[in-house]
Write a protein that binds this ligand. Structure first.
Ligand code: TTP
Ligand code: MG
Ligand code: MG
Length: 386
């Protein structure tokens, strides 16, 4: 049973079905590695005068957003995705640096090369993190924990940056574990310990539960994994639909998703399911703008180029509609991507019925595939699940 922590597959994600039954019983050893304050740490590494200072990477201007915050900045409450003006108010001495994507990308390649010394089963989730399946101990190190230690040591040695790692028997737990002792931390969740570990955590730490999902849960009296564990499957299904089953398993530390290396990427997209169905044109336009921003960030992150934009609408009655526009050449940039997306929506207005989901995809990608491309991250696109 797949456990993508969301209710709908994102465009470009080609399912997360399990391996055959013979594979399912085999306990896995999974490591999740994630760089600490990634962009900000790279800046502090390359500009020693920034070390020890609160640093934010991103646009400092009126509409800028913090992409990454150094741990010094986080002490003031500054974090990723915060408007830069808010960050500056919280931390007047905050130093802003522009993003240097080429450098982050180069470090990302370095760390992926390190991962591949230990296993071919590497699934990057973004530039700074990946899942590794080290069930087969190719390097003969003796334990997954030993491999994680070695990886952290090599990253420090070869990039002069720190990473945190989580070791466990599935992806869901390994990711929670890598976050547990950040920065520069290691955490191991052994077989039998998953359920108890999850019980203590606030549900907002679960990969796939965005701020709005956490809010909805809070309204329903669910703050921690233990609260979630106490709910019956029927109750979860009634309140969360198909996602309820995923939540039931998450509360028990169960996740059967395999680590997927070498994905062939055919598209990049994102979509959003709304808490309340939308029909007012201005609400739809606002929602579209948010999705444009999310999807364009991903396109920029992957440096993808494509010719086709597809708008996806799911109506209240669950009928699906897609409308696409293609250019004879790759889309030139964000403005053109946004203009095509807006035109696709405007053509559909007024809608025959309120919608529950809106999505955008870029396809007909240059090159067609990217070895080891990151899958559509299960959480960030599906920002608010409910
Ligand atoms: P994260 O791994 O989420 O965060 P981080 O590495 O900055 O900090 P942590 O120590 O908690 O892992 O993201 C990796 C990089 O991706 C981050 O440095 C900047 C970028 N990023 C954005 O550009 N926007 C965002 O909203 C987030 C969350 C990250
Ligand atoms: Mg990180
Ligand atoms: Mg990360």
């Amino acid at each position: 049973m797949a456990i993508p922590l969301r209710s709908e597959a994102a465009p470009g994600d080609h399912g997360a079905e399990d391996k055959g039954p013979q594979e399912q019983d085999r306990p896995r050893k999974i490591i999740h590695v994630d760089m600490d304050a990634f962009f900000a740490s790279v800046e502090q590494r390359d500009f020693p005068e920034l070390r020890g200072l609160p640093v934010a990477v991103g646009g400092a201007g009126g509409r800028g957003v913090v992409a990454a915050a150094s741990y010094e900045a986080r002490m003031f409450g500054v974090h990723s995705a915060m408007p830069s003006l808010t960050a500056k108010r919280l931390c007047p001495d905050l130093v802003f640096r522009p993003t240097r994507f080429e450098v982050y990308r180069a470090v990302s390649e370095q760390i992926r090369a390190i991962f591949h010394r230990f296993t071919e089963l590497v699934e990057p989730l973004s530039l700074d993190e990946a899942y590794l399946d080290v069930t087969e101990d190719r390097a003969g190190i003796g334990s997954a924990t030993g491999i994680a230690r070695e990886i952290r040591r090599l990253i420090a040695e070869e990039t002069q940056l720190t990473a945190s790692a989580g070791v466990s028997y599935n992806k869901f737990l390994a990711k929670l574990a890598s976050d547990q002792n950040k920065p520069d931390g290691l955490c191991v969740i052994r077989p039998g310990e998953g359920e108890a570990f999850v019980a203590t955590l606030p549900v907002r730490r679960f990969h796939g539960i965005g701020p709005r999902g956490a809010e909805k849960m809070a309204r329903l009296g669910i703050a921690t994994g233990a609260d979630l564990h106490a709910k019956e499957p029927d109750w979860l299904r009634a309140h969360f639909g198909s996602f309820g089953e995923t939540l039931w398993r998450a509360a028990r530390g169960i996740d059967h998703r395999p680590v997927r290396a070498h994905r062939i990427r055919k598209s990049i997209g994102g979509e959003r399911t709304f808490f309340e169905d939308l029909s007012a044109p201005d609400e739809l336009r606002d929602a579209l703008e948010r999705i444009i921003a999310i999807v364009w960030d991903r396109i920029a992150d992957k440096q993808a180029r494509g010719r086709t934009v597809t708008l996806k609408l799911k109506f209240r009655d669950f009928t699906l509609m897609t409308r696409a526009r293609s250019l004879p050449r790759a889309i030139a940039g964000r403005a053109e991507f946004a203009a095509l997306s807006r035109a696709l929506l405007e053509e559909q207005l007024p809608l025959p019925m309120p919608i529950r989901l809106l999505g955008l995809t870029l396809s007909a990608l240059d090159g067609g595939h990217e070895p080891n491309a990151a899958p559509a991250p299960p959480s960030t696109a599906q920002l608010a699940l409910f």
